[in-house]
Design a protein around this ligand. Structure first.
Ligand code: DX5
Ligand code: ZN
Length: 223
């Protein structure tokens, strides 16, 4: 079951001095959901933003927020981000001792839940939990920083996950994160992704609308 395409700008590459304005501009430019990267200087080397910033977004605008937890452990932050208005919470299975429990915890708040697979994480981590997932995200870079290059082996992995989702008959989105740009988005969609995180490709450019329109036209035309 192929879903509609969503573009998810990662605010990691936004100008934090003008965060509210950046978010308004990118959503008005045609984005579908805000990608919110949480890094803890433990699971990944970088340190970013937390529930307070998430809440300051959801309190002021009604845009959905896709919270990507690059933190270890995971569970203590789940209620805080649920309370901060997250629409989706995704986490890395290596970072939780009890993956099924963490998925249940996210869903107990009525928040959509997902797993994030690093480039070297095998698909076997999806076994036995598919039914709890609303989204699967494949990292196409190693987590921790914006502006890295897309790892080509992600394409084959996307095809495998697309097949798993389709065979399951479940309603699960397939998201890709890292190095997504207008010039590779069609190829990534062809491999099965329906949700595209893009940080530096959008916030690094002077005209967000132009980039998002370019991405959409390439998604429509397949080139
Ligand atoms: C990396 C983050 C990404 C990052 C993507 O660990 O999860 O969301 O912001 O940035 P780009 O699109 O610049 O690769
Ligand atoms: Zn991310």
């Amino acid at each position: 079951m192929k879903q509609s395409y969503w573009i998810a700008p990662s605010i990691l590459s936004a100008d934090f001095f003008r965060l509210g304005e950046e978010i308004e501009t990118v959503m008005e430019a045609g984005a579908d959901i805000i990608h919110f990267d949480v890094m803890d200087n433990h699971y990944v080397p970088n340190l970013t933003i937390g529930p307070l910033v998430c809440k300051s977004i959801t309190k002021n605008v009604s845009y959905p927020v896709d919270v990507h937890l690059m933190v270890e452990p995971v569970d203590a932050l789940v209620p805080m981000f649920a309370e901060a208005g997250a629409s989706y919470i995704t986490f890395h299975p290596e970072a939780s001792k009890h993956v099924d429990r963490t998925l249940q915890l996210i869903k107990s708040f009525g928040v959509k839940a997902g797993l994030v697979l690093n480039p070297a994480t095998p698909l076997s981590c999806l076994d036995y939990v598919m039914e709890r997932l609303d989204i699967i995200m494949l990292m196409s870079v190693n987590p921790g920083f914006g502006g890295q290059s897309f790892i080509p082996s992600t394409l084959a992995k996307l095809r495998q996950v697309r097949r798993l989702i389709d065979d399951s008959g479940l309603d699960i989105r397939l998201e890709v994160d890292g190095g997504v740009k207008a010039d590779n988005i069609a190829e990534i969609a062809d491999a099965g992704a329906d949700t595209f995180v893009a940080g530096s490709a959008i916030f690094g450019k002077p005209d967000y609308k132009k980039v998002i329109e370019d991405m959409r036209s390439r998604l429509d035309s397949g080139i």
